[in-house]
Design a protein around this ligand. Sequence first.
Ligand SMILES: Cc1cc2nc3c(=O)[nH]c(=O)nc-3n(C[C@H](O)[C@H](O)[C@H](O)COP(=O)(O)OP(=O)(O)OC[C@H]3O[C@@H](n4cnc5c(N)ncnc54)[C@H](O)[C@@H]3O)c2cc1C
Length: 324
Amino acid sequence: MRILVKGAGVAGLTAAHELAARGAEVTVVDPRPGFGHAASWFAGGMLAPWCEREGAEERVLLRGRDAADWWDAVLPGEVQRKGTLVVAPPRDAAELRRFASRTSGYEWLGETEIAMLEPALAGRFRLALFFPSEAHLDPRRALPALRTKLAAAGVRFVEEAQAEDAFDRILDCTGAARIADRSGLRGVRGEMLYLRSAEIELARPVRLLHPRIPVYIVPRGDGLFMVGATMIEADDEGPITARSLMELLNAAYTLHPAFAEAAVAETGTGVRPAFADNFPRVITAGTTIAINGLYRHGFLLAPAMAREATEVMFAEQLKERNFP
Ligand SMILES: Cc1cc2nc3c(=O)[nH]c(=O)nc-3n(C[C@H](O)[C@H](O)[C@H](O)COP(=O)(O)OP(=O)(O)OC[C@H]3O[C@@H](n4cnc5c(N)ncnc54)[C@H](O)[C@@H]3O)c2cc1C
Protein backbone atom coordinates (compact mmCIF):
# COMPACT_ATOMS: atom_id res chain seq x y z
CA MET A 1 0.00 0.00 0.00
CA ARG A 2 1.42 3.43 -1.00
CA ILE A 3 0.66 6.09 1.58
CA LEU A 4 1.25 9.83 1.53
CA VAL A 5 1.56 11.29 5.02
CA LYS A 6 1.06 15.04 5.07
CA GLY A 7 2.84 16.79 7.93
CA ALA A 8 6.07 15.84 9.69
CA GLY A 9 5.12 16.80 13.25
CA VAL A 10 4.72 14.23 15.97
CA ALA A 11 1.45 12.91 14.49
CA GLY A 12 2.92 12.42 11.01
CA LEU A 13 6.16 10.83 12.14
CA THR A 14 4.62 8.39 14.61
CA ALA A 15 2.05 7.36 12.00
CA ALA A 16 4.76 6.97 9.34
CA HIS A 17 6.56 4.66 11.75
CA GLU A 18 3.52 2.46 12.37
CA LEU A 19 2.62 2.32 8.68
CA ALA A 20 6.15 1.49 7.56
CA ALA A 21 6.35 -1.19 10.28
CA ARG A 22 3.26 -2.80 8.70
CA GLY A 23 4.97 -2.85 5.32
CA ALA A 24 3.43 0.23 3.70
CA GLU A 25 5.44 2.27 1.24
CA VAL A 26 5.42 5.68 2.97
CA THR A 27 6.18 9.18 1.67
CA VAL A 28 6.05 12.08 4.14
CA VAL A 29 5.48 15.54 2.69
CA ASP A 30 5.95 18.74 4.65
CA PRO A 31 6.52 22.00 2.76
CA ARG A 32 8.45 23.57 5.63
CA PRO A 33 11.97 22.28 6.17
CA GLY A 34 13.05 21.51 9.72
CA PHE A 35 10.58 21.40 12.59
CA GLY A 36 10.51 25.05 13.64
CA HIS A 37 6.93 25.62 12.47
CA ALA A 38 5.43 22.49 14.02
CA ALA A 39 3.69 22.76 17.41
CA SER A 40 5.64 19.61 18.25
CA TRP A 41 8.89 21.59 18.33
CA PHE A 42 7.69 23.71 21.27
CA ALA A 43 6.37 20.86 23.39
CA GLY A 44 7.56 19.90 26.84
CA GLY A 45 7.68 16.25 25.79
CA MET A 46 6.09 15.17 29.04
CA LEU A 47 4.55 11.71 28.98
CA ALA A 48 2.43 12.44 32.02
CA PRO A 49 -1.01 10.83 31.76
CA TRP A 50 -1.57 10.67 35.53
CA CYS A 51 -0.91 14.39 36.01
CA GLU A 52 -2.87 15.29 32.88
CA ARG A 53 -5.90 13.49 34.34
CA GLU A 54 -6.32 16.56 36.54
CA GLY A 55 -7.93 18.34 33.60
CA ALA A 56 -8.52 15.53 31.12
CA GLU A 57 -10.86 12.60 30.69
CA GLU A 58 -10.01 9.06 31.84
CA ARG A 59 -9.37 7.99 28.23
CA VAL A 60 -6.29 10.25 28.09
CA LEU A 61 -4.82 8.16 30.90
CA LEU A 62 -5.95 4.86 29.37
CA ARG A 63 -4.59 5.64 25.90
CA GLY A 64 -1.50 7.47 27.08
CA ARG A 65 -0.06 5.24 29.76
CA ASP A 66 1.84 3.05 27.26
CA ALA A 67 3.32 6.02 25.39
CA ALA A 68 6.65 5.92 27.24
CA ASP A 69 7.05 2.24 26.29
CA TRP A 70 6.34 3.07 22.63
CA TRP A 71 8.90 5.87 22.51
CA ASP A 72 11.42 3.78 24.41
CA ALA A 73 11.05 0.85 22.01
CA VAL A 74 11.27 3.06 18.91
CA LEU A 75 14.02 5.41 20.14
CA PRO A 76 15.98 3.58 22.84
CA GLY A 77 17.66 5.94 25.29
CA GLU A 78 15.45 8.99 24.56
CA VAL A 79 12.86 8.43 27.29
CA GLN A 80 13.66 9.48 30.84
CA ARG A 81 11.61 7.63 33.43
CA LYS A 82 12.08 9.79 36.48
CA GLY A 83 8.50 10.67 37.33
CA THR A 84 6.95 14.10 37.82
CA LEU A 85 7.15 16.25 40.93
CA VAL A 86 4.22 18.58 41.65
CA VAL A 87 4.71 21.39 44.16
CA ALA A 88 2.83 24.48 45.34
CA PRO A 89 3.94 27.45 47.40
CA PRO A 90 2.71 27.08 51.04
CA ARG A 91 -0.05 29.69 50.47
CA ASP A 92 -1.39 27.53 47.62
CA ALA A 93 -1.37 24.19 49.48
CA ALA A 94 -5.11 23.91 48.74
CA GLU A 95 -4.15 23.68 45.05
CA LEU A 96 -2.05 20.61 45.83
CA ARG A 97 -4.97 18.94 47.61
CA ARG A 98 -7.28 19.79 44.73
CA PHE A 99 -4.77 18.36 42.23
CA ALA A 100 -4.51 15.18 44.35
CA SER A 101 -8.29 14.82 44.48
CA ARG A 102 -8.49 14.79 40.67
CA THR A 103 -5.58 12.42 39.98
CA SER A 104 -4.15 9.03 40.99
CA GLY A 105 -0.82 7.24 40.84
CA TYR A 106 1.01 9.63 43.19
CA GLU A 107 2.75 9.61 46.55
CA TRP A 108 2.67 12.50 49.04
CA LEU A 109 6.17 13.75 49.86
CA GLY A 110 7.34 15.84 52.80
CA GLU A 111 10.25 18.26 52.93
CA THR A 112 12.95 15.60 53.45
CA GLU A 113 11.74 13.42 50.60
CA ILE A 114 11.49 16.43 48.27
CA ALA A 115 15.12 17.29 49.09
CA MET A 116 16.21 13.70 48.42
CA LEU A 117 14.51 13.67 45.03
CA GLU A 118 15.48 17.20 43.95
CA PRO A 119 18.27 18.58 46.15
CA ALA A 120 17.96 22.00 44.48
CA LEU A 121 14.47 22.35 45.97
CA ALA A 122 15.54 21.52 49.55
CA GLY A 123 13.71 23.72 52.06
CA ARG A 124 11.58 25.43 49.43
CA PHE A 125 8.36 23.39 49.63
CA ARG A 126 6.75 21.60 52.57
CA LEU A 127 4.58 19.22 50.56
CA ALA A 128 4.65 17.70 47.08
CA LEU A 129 3.00 15.03 44.98
CA PHE A 130 5.26 12.59 43.19
CA PHE A 131 4.02 10.63 40.16
CA PRO A 132 6.70 7.89 39.85
CA SER A 133 5.40 6.20 36.68
CA GLU A 134 5.62 9.28 34.48
CA ALA A 135 8.33 9.97 31.92
CA HIS A 136 9.54 12.63 29.53
CA LEU A 137 11.61 13.06 26.40
CA ASP A 138 13.15 15.98 24.55
CA PRO A 139 11.10 16.67 21.40
CA ARG A 140 14.11 18.41 19.83
CA ARG A 141 16.08 15.18 20.06
CA ALA A 142 13.23 12.71 19.53
CA LEU A 143 11.72 14.24 16.37
CA PRO A 144 14.97 14.45 14.35
CA ALA A 145 15.98 10.99 15.61
CA LEU A 146 12.66 9.52 14.52
CA ARG A 147 12.92 11.17 11.13
CA THR A 148 16.46 9.82 10.65
CA LYS A 149 15.33 6.34 11.67
CA LEU A 150 12.39 6.43 9.27
CA ALA A 151 14.54 7.65 6.38
CA ALA A 152 17.01 4.83 7.05
CA ALA A 153 14.10 2.38 6.94
CA GLY A 154 13.07 3.62 3.47
CA VAL A 155 10.45 6.28 4.28
CA ARG A 156 10.77 9.08 1.71
CA PHE A 157 10.72 12.72 2.91
CA VAL A 158 9.82 15.46 0.44
CA GLU A 159 8.94 19.16 0.54
CA GLU A 160 7.18 19.48 -2.84
CA ALA A 161 3.44 18.81 -3.18
CA GLN A 162 2.78 15.29 -4.49
CA ALA A 163 0.26 14.01 -7.04
CA GLU A 164 -2.21 12.41 -4.65
CA ASP A 165 -3.59 9.95 -7.17
CA ALA A 166 -0.20 8.20 -7.13
CA PHE A 167 -1.06 6.97 -3.62
CA ASP A 168 -3.59 4.45 -2.29
CA ARG A 169 -4.22 6.45 0.86
CA ILE A 170 -3.55 9.94 2.18
CA LEU A 171 -2.96 10.49 5.89
CA ASP A 172 -3.47 14.12 6.87
CA CYS A 173 -1.39 15.08 9.93
CA THR A 174 -1.20 18.80 9.28
CA GLY A 175 -2.34 19.84 12.76
CA ALA A 176 -3.33 23.47 13.26
CA ALA A 177 -3.08 24.16 9.51
CA ARG A 178 -6.57 22.58 9.22
CA ILE A 179 -8.27 24.86 11.76
CA ALA A 180 -9.92 26.98 9.07
CA ASP A 181 -11.51 24.07 7.20
CA ARG A 182 -11.97 21.22 9.69
CA SER A 183 -15.23 21.61 11.52
CA GLY A 184 -14.86 21.78 15.30
CA LEU A 185 -11.08 22.15 15.28
CA ARG A 186 -9.70 25.13 17.21
CA GLY A 187 -6.29 26.39 18.27
CA VAL A 188 -4.96 26.64 21.81
CA ARG A 189 -1.94 28.89 21.88
CA GLY A 190 0.97 27.71 23.99
CA GLU A 191 3.83 30.05 24.80
CA MET A 192 7.04 28.74 26.30
CA LEU A 193 10.64 29.68 26.88
CA TYR A 194 14.05 28.17 27.41
CA LEU A 195 16.20 29.31 30.33
CA ARG A 196 19.86 28.54 30.79
CA SER A 197 21.36 28.42 34.28
CA ALA A 198 24.36 26.66 35.73
CA GLU A 199 23.10 27.46 39.24
CA ILE A 200 20.34 24.88 39.46
CA GLU A 201 19.94 21.23 38.61
CA LEU A 202 16.67 19.33 38.29
CA ALA A 203 16.36 15.65 37.40
CA ARG A 204 12.74 15.57 36.29
CA PRO A 205 9.81 17.77 35.20
CA VAL A 206 8.50 19.86 38.07
CA ARG A 207 4.99 21.32 37.98
CA LEU A 208 4.27 24.38 40.05
CA LEU A 209 0.60 24.77 40.86
CA HIS A 210 -0.84 28.22 40.85
CA PRO A 211 -4.52 29.25 40.75
CA ARG A 212 -3.99 31.47 37.69
CA ILE A 213 -1.02 30.16 35.75
CA PRO A 214 0.20 26.66 36.55
CA VAL A 215 3.61 26.05 34.98
CA TYR A 216 6.11 23.29 34.52
CA ILE A 217 9.85 23.23 34.11
CA VAL A 218 11.45 20.40 32.18
CA PRO A 219 15.23 19.94 32.45
CA ARG A 220 16.95 19.34 29.12
CA GLY A 221 20.46 18.80 30.48
CA ASP A 222 23.54 21.04 30.32
CA GLY A 223 21.79 23.77 32.31
CA LEU A 224 18.92 24.18 29.85
CA PHE A 225 15.30 24.28 31.09
CA MET A 226 12.06 24.43 29.15
CA VAL A 227 9.43 26.52 30.94
CA GLY A 228 5.84 26.16 29.78
CA ALA A 229 3.24 26.83 28.94
CA THR A 230 0.33 29.17 28.47
CA MET A 231 -3.09 27.90 27.40
CA ILE A 232 -4.82 30.64 25.43
CA GLU A 233 -7.90 30.08 23.29
CA ALA A 234 -6.44 31.46 20.06
CA ASP A 235 -4.73 30.17 16.94
CA ASP A 236 -2.28 33.05 16.79
CA GLU A 237 1.30 31.77 16.61
CA GLY A 238 2.85 35.22 16.99
CA PRO A 239 5.61 35.93 19.50
CA ILE A 240 5.10 35.49 23.23
CA THR A 241 3.38 38.46 24.89
CA ALA A 242 5.02 40.52 27.64
CA ARG A 243 2.37 39.33 30.11
CA SER A 244 2.97 35.65 29.37
CA LEU A 245 6.72 36.12 29.54
CA MET A 246 6.41 37.85 32.91
CA GLU A 247 4.11 35.17 34.28
CA LEU A 248 6.29 32.27 33.14
CA LEU A 249 9.42 33.97 34.50
CA ASN A 250 7.68 34.76 37.79
CA ALA A 251 6.68 31.13 38.15
CA ALA A 252 10.22 29.93 37.41
CA TYR A 253 11.50 32.39 40.02
CA THR A 254 8.95 31.08 42.53
CA LEU A 255 10.21 27.57 41.94
CA HIS A 256 13.80 28.66 42.51
CA PRO A 257 15.26 32.19 42.86
CA ALA A 258 18.36 31.10 40.91
CA PHE A 259 16.22 31.37 37.78
CA ALA A 260 16.33 35.18 38.23
CA GLU A 261 19.91 35.09 36.97
CA ALA A 262 19.23 32.61 34.17
CA ALA A 263 19.73 33.59 30.55
CA VAL A 264 16.57 33.62 28.44
CA ALA A 265 17.82 31.37 25.65
CA GLU A 266 14.65 31.31 23.54
CA THR A 267 10.96 32.10 23.59
CA GLY A 268 8.47 30.35 21.33
CA THR A 269 4.82 29.74 20.54
CA GLY A 270 3.02 26.67 19.27
CA VAL A 271 -0.65 26.29 18.38
CA ARG A 272 -2.18 23.11 19.75
CA PRO A 273 -4.94 21.76 17.50
CA ALA A 274 -7.95 20.72 19.60
CA PHE A 275 -11.54 19.52 19.29
CA ALA A 276 -14.26 20.55 21.75
CA ASP A 277 -13.57 17.61 24.09
CA ASN A 278 -9.79 18.09 23.83
CA PHE A 279 -9.43 14.48 22.68
CA PRO A 280 -7.83 13.61 19.33
CA ARG A 281 -9.60 11.87 16.48
CA VAL A 282 -8.83 9.58 13.57
CA ILE A 283 -11.19 10.82 10.86
CA THR A 284 -11.93 8.91 7.66
CA ALA A 285 -13.24 10.57 4.49
CA GLY A 286 -12.87 8.43 1.36
CA THR A 287 -9.24 7.54 0.83
CA THR A 288 -8.09 10.31 3.18
CA ILE A 289 -7.66 9.65 6.84
CA ALA A 290 -6.69 12.36 9.31
CA ILE A 291 -5.18 12.38 12.76
CA ASN A 292 -5.82 15.68 14.45
CA GLY A 293 -6.79 17.38 17.70
CA LEU A 294 -3.81 16.19 19.75
CA TYR A 295 -4.23 19.28 21.96
CA ARG A 296 -1.68 19.24 24.79
CA HIS A 297 -1.12 15.51 24.42
CA GLY A 298 0.81 15.16 21.16
CA PHE A 299 3.70 13.07 22.44
CA LEU A 300 1.46 11.29 24.91
CA LEU A 301 -1.31 10.23 22.53
CA ALA A 302 0.32 10.18 19.07
CA PRO A 303 1.47 6.54 19.41
CA ALA A 304 -2.09 5.37 20.20
CA MET A 305 -3.57 7.50 17.41
CA ALA A 306 -0.94 6.27 14.94
CA ARG A 307 -1.82 2.66 15.78
CA GLU A 308 -5.52 3.41 15.39
CA ALA A 309 -5.04 5.11 11.99
CA THR A 310 -2.88 2.22 10.80
CA GLU A 311 -5.54 -0.31 11.83
CA VAL A 312 -8.20 1.69 9.99
CA MET A 313 -6.11 1.87 6.80
CA PHE A 314 -5.23 -1.80 6.71
CA ALA A 315 -8.77 -2.91 7.63
CA GLU A 316 -10.18 -0.80 4.78
CA GLN A 317 -7.69 -2.20 2.31
CA LEU A 318 -8.71 -5.71 3.34
CA LYS A 319 -12.39 -4.82 2.87
CA GLU A 320 -11.69 -3.47 -0.62
CA ARG A 321 -9.87 -6.65 -1.57
CA ASN A 322 -12.66 -8.93 -0.33
CA PHE A 323 -15.52 -6.88 -1.75
CA PRO A 324 -14.21 -5.10 -4.83
C1 LIG B 1 4.06 24.90 24.45
C2 LIG B 1 3.56 23.51 24.21
C3 LIG B 1 3.88 22.51 25.11
C4 LIG B 1 3.43 21.20 24.89
N1 LIG B 1 3.82 20.20 25.74
C5 LIG B 1 3.45 18.92 25.51
C6 LIG B 1 3.89 17.88 26.35
O1 LIG B 1 4.64 18.10 27.31
N2 LIG B 1 3.48 16.60 26.08
C7 LIG B 1 2.67 16.32 25.01
O2 LIG B 1 2.34 15.14 24.83
N3 LIG B 1 2.23 17.30 24.19
C8 LIG B 1 2.60 18.59 24.42
N4 LIG B 1 2.17 19.59 23.60
C9 LIG B 1 1.21 19.28 22.54
C10 LIG B 1 1.86 18.83 21.26
O3 LIG B 1 2.95 19.65 20.95
C11 LIG B 1 0.83 18.87 20.12
O4 LIG B 1 -0.29 18.13 20.48
C12 LIG B 1 1.44 18.26 18.87
O5 LIG B 1 2.63 18.92 18.56
C13 LIG B 1 0.52 18.31 17.67
O6 LIG B 1 1.21 17.59 16.68
P1 LIG B 1 0.78 17.56 15.17
O7 LIG B 1 1.74 16.64 14.49
O8 LIG B 1 -0.67 17.31 15.06
O9 LIG B 1 1.01 19.07 14.66
P2 LIG B 1 2.37 19.85 14.34
O10 LIG B 1 3.46 19.47 15.27
O11 LIG B 1 2.00 21.30 14.28
O12 LIG B 1 2.78 19.33 12.90
C14 LIG B 1 2.03 19.66 11.75
C15 LIG B 1 2.98 19.66 10.56
O13 LIG B 1 2.19 19.75 9.36
C16 LIG B 1 2.89 20.57 8.45
N5 LIG B 1 1.95 21.05 7.45
C17 LIG B 1 1.07 22.09 7.52
N6 LIG B 1 0.37 22.19 6.38
C18 LIG B 1 0.79 21.19 5.57
C19 LIG B 1 0.43 20.73 4.25
N7 LIG B 1 -0.54 21.34 3.54
N8 LIG B 1 1.06 19.65 3.73
C20 LIG B 1 2.03 19.00 4.44
N9 LIG B 1 2.41 19.38 5.68
C21 LIG B 1 1.79 20.46 6.25
C22 LIG B 1 3.52 21.66 9.30
O14 LIG B 1 4.62 22.28 8.63
C23 LIG B 1 3.95 20.85 10.52
O15 LIG B 1 5.28 20.38 10.38
C24 LIG B 1 2.61 20.91 23.77
C25 LIG B 1 2.30 21.92 22.88
C26 LIG B 1 2.77 23.21 23.08
C27 LIG B 1 2.44 24.29 22.07
